[in-house]
Design a protein around this ligand. Structure first.
Ligand code: SAH
Ligand code: SF4
Ligand code: F3S
Length: 478
């Protein structure tokens, strides 16, 4: 089948940070053919990666709902399949390759099935070239800046039936008023910034998500107000670096001011992700302390506790500076739960570096953490370094780190036993359908017995048992 390139990925172009970003309203009008071809049909979407991708899935489902397409989890009944990919580590990419392979079978069963590859992986030219060559059954590719073009691409495809590639390396405008179909009825994600300008040397995100740019506060507040009106219980404000909010806007709000405004809208729970240590402002601590509905939980990635490694990672702080910010936060919000991201195995990291990380992590006293083994990403500066540490050694150090961190996780979980916690009920627990699970304000998972009509509500749960990664409790009737 012929391949038509509308735009092609280029990490060199994606690296450049120049253009001014404007905001425009979504306006594509799908053809009548598209509507009649798809009305009543199903879409299967598999999203990998972070919340930014989940929010993109919700936009895609929103767009498709305007032509009468509804979601399914059953691949065999899908007329459109979308793999919304993540490129942050190699194992994320491996899973996507496996799933693309699986679709050969479904394509064979349903010749009309349209397979689409989108998300962060597609922003890399070598991946697109590789998939094009190996998997002729992938029909459409589009990048993270092209989500709004989904219906346009489907329109092109059904009229010409050729493979389409539409991966803009430049971010283009911020598109507002896109339709959305949210995946959860109680918890919602709201983008406040897109992209990242930090260029940590190991990370692919600044290339796949482009320049850091802020949405206008009025658009963010409009989306949040709508969510409050619809009865949502929790909003999480999203950005790769939320503290950079507003830097690119003339006369706009700072992140602290925006947070304050959103908190005032009266959402029961407000969270935000992710904070970058040296951009994190004292005013944010004050706003968090001031509002009961801002959860006393902060995801605060450190990545490493070794100053040498932090420098090589291009992180712009020392472990001392990091701990100083933690001290300030704990001083004003003593009951705050902190979590973090840590990478083990950056090129040439020594055993002593990892010991420093353990030491600093114990001082920061995390309640939870996401830990990763370094994965070289094509095109990033760190990927060019020659590494002298074996994978086996990295795995050993990784396990040692996790074990050390778990002491604090367990301690914090233990402290909660006997207390009554407010829990937002998510749904049946993963392991046992008879049991419900939900999150405390401090973002700990609690499992307890209860009826499914509690899903989406905030209830009181007494904690009866603690484990390293979860809690057990019982509902308290007031
Ligand atoms: N903007 C956020 C999240 C970025 S991706 C932040 O800065 O924290 C989420 C996490 O993935 C990062 O915090 C980092 O710990 C991890 N990560 C990023 N690139 C990686 C790589 N090449 N190998 C292993 N882990 C990586
Ligand atoms: Fe990646 Fe660093 Fe940006 Fe986070 S701040 S997305 S780790 S480059
Ligand atoms: Fe992955 Fe892209 Fe998010 S690389 S972590 S899906 S920004």
């Amino acid at each position: 089948m012929k391949v038509e390139y509308l735009n092609t990925p280029d990490m060199g172009k994606a690296r450049r940070r120049t253009s001014e970003v404007d905001t425009v309203d979504y306006s594509y009008v799908p053809s009548e053919d598209l509507k009649s071809r798809f009305v009543g049909k199903k879409v299967y979407v598999r999203t990998y990666g972070c919340q930014a991708n989940i929010r993109d899935e919700e936009t895609m489902l929103g767009l498709l709902s305007t032509i009468g397409v509804t979601p399914t989890e059953n691949k065999s009944e899908a007329e459109i399949a979308i793999l919304n990919t993540c490129a942050v580590r190699e194992n994320a990419e491996d899973k996507v390759y496996a799933e693309i392979g699986e679709f050969k079978h479904y394509k064979h069963k349903n010749k009309n099935l349209i397979l689409i590859l989108c998300g962060c992986m597609v922003e890399q030219k070598h991946i697109v070239d590789d998939v094009l060559a190996k998997f002729p059954h992938v029909d459409i590719f589009f990048g993270t800046h092209d989500v709004q073009d989904l219906l346009k691409l489907l329109d092109l495809y059904i009229h010409k039936k050729q493979r389409y590639i539409d991966v803009s390396s430049k971010e283009g405008s911020i598109i507002e008023n896109l339709p959305v179909k949210r995946l959860d009825n109680a918890k919602a994600f709201v983008n406040i910034t897109y992209g990242c300008d930090k260029f940590c040397t190991y990370c692919i995100v600044p290339y796949t998500r482009g320049k850091e740019r802020s949405r206008n506060a009025k658009d963010i507040l409009k989306e949040c107000r709508e969510l409050v009106k619809q009865g949502y219980q929790e909003i999480t404000l999203l950005g790769q670096n939320v503290d950079a909010y507003g830097k690119d806007l003339v006369g706009g709000l700072s992140f602290a001011e925006l947070l304050d405004e959103v908190a005032k809208l009266g959402i029961p729970r407000l969270r935000f992700l992710t904070s970058y240590p040296t951009d994190f402002k004292d005013e944010v601590i004050d706003v968090m302390a001031k509002h009961d509905n801002i959860m006393k939980y902060l995801h605060f990635p450190i990545q490493s506790g070794s100053d040498d490694i932090l420098k090589k990672m291009g992180r712009r702080y020392t472990s001392e500076q990091y701990l100083e910010i933690v001290r300030k936060i704990r001083e004003k919000i003593p009951n705050i739960a902190l979590s973090t991201d840590i990478i083990v195995g950056f090129p040439n990291e020594t055993y002593e570096d990892v010991q420093k990380t353990i030491d600093v992590a114990l001082k920061a006293d995390y309640s939870s953490a996401f830990t990763f083994i370094y994965s070289p990403r094509n095109g990033t500066p760190a990927a060019k370094l020659v590494d002298n540490v074996t994978n086996e050694e990295k795995v050993k150090r990784f396990k040692e780190l996790v074990k050390a961190l778990e002491v604090n996780f367990e301690k914090h979980a233990n402290e909660m036993v006997g207390t009554i916690q407010k829990v937002l009920v998510d749904g049946p627990s993963k392991k046992n359908k008879e049991i419900l699970s939900g999150y405390t304000e401090s973002n700990k998972v609690v499992n307890f017995k209860g009826s499914s009509d509690l899903i989406g509500k905030i209830i009181n749960v007494k904690i009866t048992e603690s484990h390293v990664y979860s809690l057990t409790g019982e509902i308290v009737n007031e």
